[in-house]
Design a protein around this ligand. Structure first.
Ligand SMILES: C[S@@+](CC[C@H](N)C(=O)[O-])C[C@H]1O[C@@H](n2cnc3c(N)ncnc32)[C@H](O)[C@@H]1O
Length: 278
């Protein structure tokens, strides 16, 4: 059987470069914090294989686990979570390659692993801190997971909010065609059915009430989710919209944490990226 490999586009490489910049700043600050004696963690909730290939060239890329492992001042501990067995096998090679670094690999649904295991392990009162990278393909993150992370006060998130997946499955012209499965998925991501009233509006016409889709951009969807994040995290950045080569929004990057400095660092990184693109 041919070897299975993940292929990623240019926009994913840009996302990884932005992540790397923040991780570098984070550990650069944390390495001098002697109070954080029990360690600061990098947790990759959707870790992938560690080494995807570029879509357009025969070239391997450092996926998020490797980006995090190769930073100048490494984290004290790394946890990589991945649902697919074949990808877990590849992640195992990173443990061999980085023998001196504390790496744990966990197989399964990150929502369950974070809520049952991680949030009880990384504790504010034990002087632990950490960052969780949430990088799903689609609508796989659950609001309850985000809320559990926020409640630790010790963990912050750098996340990929899946605009294109939402556009394809939820933002359809005829809401009667929304399937129960898709609505339930969006409810889990949003943590309530309240998104519905922002996305579909009831408009009166000759025959009564007509339900119409409200036109949304990547930015407006990202802002809606930002407002949701602000209900549980004190510091949330603006959403950085990442687009493909056809200028279609793919996802937004967002940071949510407990510390104003963290937010400022990420916003500066995002603004630098936006000014390069304009
Ligand atoms: C976009 S990829 C991650 C890419 C990775 N961050 C990188 O930079 O190479 C999403 C990954 O999440 C995994 N995944 C999907 N749902 C998951 C879940 N509920 N829990 C854990 N992993 C999941 C997929 O198998 C896939 O490897």
């Amino acid at each position: 059987m041919p070897e299975k490999i993940d292929k990623i586009g240019k926009w994913s490489e840009e996302k990884l470069s932005l992540l790397g910049k923040y991780l570098h700043s984070y550990t650069n600050i944390m390495k001098g914090q002697s109070w954080c004696k029990n360690g600061y963690y990098y947790i990759d909730a959707f870790a992938g294989t560690g080494k995807p290939k570029s879509k357009d060239e025969e070239r391997y890329i450092d996926g998020s686990p490797l980006v995090a492992l190769k930073i100048k001042h490494p984290f004290m501990s790394y946890i990589f979570i991945e649902q697919e067995g074949w990808r877990i096998g590849k992640l195992g090679k990173l443990k061999e390659a980085f023998k001196n670094i504390n790496i744990e690999i966990k197989e399964g649904d990150c929502n369950k692993i974070i809520s049952n295991d991680i949030v009880t392990k990384v504790k504010y009162e034990n002087f632990n801190r950490g960052i969780i990278f949430l990088d799903p393909f689609g609508m796989d993150i659950e609001w309850s997971t985000i809320k559990n992370i926020a409640n630790t006060r010790a963990l912050e998130i750098f996340m990929n909010f899946p605009v294109m997946a939402i556009n394809r499955s939820i933002l359809i012209n005829n809401p009667d065609k929304l399937t129960k499965d898709k609505v339930e998925r969006m409810n889990k991501l949003w943590g309530s059915p309240n998104w519905m009233s922002d996305i579909y509006k009831e408009t009166p016409d000759l025959f009564g009430l007509r339900i119409e889709k409200v036109s949304q951009t990547g930015k407006s969807l990202g802002d809606m989710f930002r407002n949701r994040l602000k209900e549980v995290f004190p510091e949330v950045t603006f959403p950085l919209v990442m687009k493909n080569s056809n200028n279609a929004p793919l996802y937004c990057l967002l940071f949510a944490g407990h510390n104003a400095t963290g937010k400022k660092i990420v916003e500066d990184i995002f603004k630098g990226f936006e000014s390069l693109k304009s």
